[in-house]
Design a protein around this ligand. Structure first.
Ligand code: SF4
Ligand code: SF4
Length: 281
């Protein structure tokens, strides 16, 4: 494994990563999701100042690279789903890899399309991937996912959750078979999946996940889960500790924005605001 990725290796904490927000669309609807644009004082997944085209992301990458000598990773983390916008994701990766063959490319996804794009992702040089898998039980999943759109059909409830879970697990296996390093994110939602997380962790470990990243729900304003209870650090760390006997745990996730730039926890995306973008909101 390339050890330079600061999310996968806490010893690489001084390396910077850059998220390029080229993926605005999503193909599922999570009850905790609220994607926001041009929001400078909010730091959480799904938030970005702007959406960039692949060409704009290359311009911005060059600028960031010239200023941050410790930049080692370019990631696509939304603001929607990297693979629901595969055309833009692919173009951006090709442009950036062409400019800088040594850069680590990672992406995060809900997992619905991972298996379908597995060979292409490998060919593009994606080495690190994160799949968010919040449940392996469709009944629990149906409380987290409002709907799943697949092959033009909108699937709701248990039907949608079943398909998503099946695709996520197959996708994870496909990544492992292609020697890609896979992290699984799990959003801990009190009263919904908190007592199910150990089962999820055991399952993804058996399919070859490298580590799991159990994160607390951020009850985003305007989302269906905006009034859900918060998980305390103690509860979170207790669950992580229980799961650490199965698989490596991530303790240093900062739940970053979709346009985050810099060292984890020291976001400097504001310094690069408008670089490469059209100025239109
Ligand atoms: Fe929002 Fe991500 Fe869920 Fe899509 S996968 S609905 S972007 S949280
Ligand atoms: Fe790394 Fe967590 Fe930030 Fe993703 S959200 S870039 S895993 S620290």
């Amino acid at each position: 494994m390339d050890e330079r990725h600061p999310c996968f290796n806490s010893n690489a904490a001084n390396n910077a990563r850059m998220h390029i927000p080229v993926a605005p669309q999503c193909n599922i609807k999570c009850n905790y999701c609220n994607r926001k644009y041009d929001c400078l004082n909010e730091s959480r997944p799904g938030v970005t100042s702007e959406v960039l085209s692949p060409e704009q992301s290359l311009v911005k990458f060059k600028e960031v690279k010239s200023k941050l000598s410790n930049l080692t990773v370019v990631g696509i983390a939304g603001p929607g789903d990297a693979l629901a916008n595969f055309k833009e994701t692919k173009e951006a990766i090709e442009l950036i890899k062409n400019e800088s063959p040594d850069i680590i490319i990672c992406l995060s996804t809900n997992g619905l399309l991972v298996e379908e794009y597995a060979d292409e992702l490998k060919a593009l040089g994606v080495s690190h991937i994160t799949i968010t898998i919040n449940a392996i039980d469709p009944v629990i999943g149906s409380q987290i996912y409002d709907s799943v759109i697949y092959e033009g059909k909108v699937l709701k409830g248990i039907e949608g959750a079943s398909l998503l879970i099946e695709k996520q697990l197959k996708g994870l296996k496909a990544m492992k078979e292609r020697d890609m390093v896979c992290k699984v994110n799990i959003v801990m939602i009190k009263g919904v999946n908190d007592s199910h997380i150990e089962d999820v962790v055991k399952k993804v470990e058996s399919l070859g996940a490298f580590m799991t990243n159990i994160m607390p729900l951020i009850p985003a304003e305007g989302s269906k889960f905006e009034n859900m209870p918060l998980t305390s650090n103690r509860e979170l760390n207790l669950t992580r500790m229980k799961c650490s006997s199965s698989i490596k745990q991530m303790y240093h996730c900062k739940q970053c924005r979709a346009d985050a730039i810099g060292i984890l926890g020291q976001d400097c995306s504001i310094d690069f605001r408008n670089v490469g973008c059209s100025g239109q909101k």
